[in-house]
Design a protein around this ligand. Sequence first.
Ligand code: ATP
Length: 414
Amino acid sequence: MPGSPQLIEKLLASLPTEQASALTRLVELADRRSAAIYLVGGPVRDLLLDLQPGDLDVAVEGDAIDLAAHLAEAADLRLVRHPRFGTATVSGDGAHVDLATARTETYEAAGALPSVRPSTIDDDLHRRDFTINAMALALNGTDAGRLLDPAGGRADLDAGLIRVLHTASFQDDATRILRAARYEARLGFRLEEATHDLLVRDLPFLETISPARVHQEFARTLLEHEPERALMQLANLGALRTLHPSLHFDRELTAAFERLRKIAPRAVPAAYWPLLTWHVAKSATEPVIARLALTRRQADAVRALTELRGRTPRSGARPSETVSLFAAQPTAAVWALAAAGSGAAREQAHAYMARYRNVRPLLRGDDLLALGVPPGKPVGEVLARLRAAKLDGEVRTRTDEERSVRDGLIRNDE
Ligand code: ATP
């Protein structure tokens, strides 16, 4: 069946100019080489949902790297090749196109990366995770504009269903469990019934997934607008406790995620990581850090939050006391406490991050030397005392600060 131009027109109209012109160039180059090219996966799904497609994923029946190199040259864009995977990225000036040689995959062991062979677009669609991601749009030749939908993805898009392509899908690659929850949450879809049962049956296969791959899926989930929806779903499905028995997610953490976005939009996603481990017992912290392959920075925030949770700050503490409690802590941990803590802990963490941490005396080191403070360590000590006095409202103006330094010097002389 020949294609119709409508979907391609819709695609070009929905893309930023730079993306549209990179794609038009790519079609010309592919035509010249008689290579069939297809838009695949996420952008096709998004196009049919009337959402703005993100990066362009293009499958090539032929040598994707060679085609990518020609596109990079013709459009003066950057080329990054991944010969091991038969893929390449062409980007620059607002354009970003990922090209991959159409391929088939065989899973020799559950959870292991598959062995890969170049193949046709049909095989390429059959290796995919869910029907809604297993569609392609032919971009050139007589087929241009044809939607390839061998698994019924369009009907599932209309029905709002996440459905796997075959019954061993979650066993072959259990990261699909984490991906399923992400798509459900993002698109407001639900798991098709048989897919739900397969997912629950195959939860134990999460053990076959390396920490690095688990990390990657969580990192992508935490970049969603409302990651708490996917995390809640993973908790309800039993996936979180399968990953580690002490990983929980609940209404309290849902509220904390929402609160974090409100009070500290720029601490997102960094502060989500420690929040995610809010319910983890101290004894389980290190195993959870290992299971999620947290980076050093993320792990430090998780450890710090575990400690902070154990300390109950005094209500009515002076601001300078609050500062000494939080000053050496990773900011992601303090924001997490401000989002999920209660009472004084929450208030003080918030006050520290929003106000106290930026309070500095008006006088600088040079001013102190001029006032007679001996050089070296004493300057740092006086600055710290001035900062505490300013935090606690004991000094306000520059004159107050100068007086306080002079008084201190006199007292030290006595
Ligand atoms: P997003 O869906 O997050 O908007 P995307 O659809 O481009 O982006 P990616 O994770 O970049 O998602 O994957 C690209 C495509 O590759 C998916 O649409 C899907 O068809 C396929 N894919 C990705 N991961 C898997 C997997 N674990 N198993 C099977 N297919 C996968």
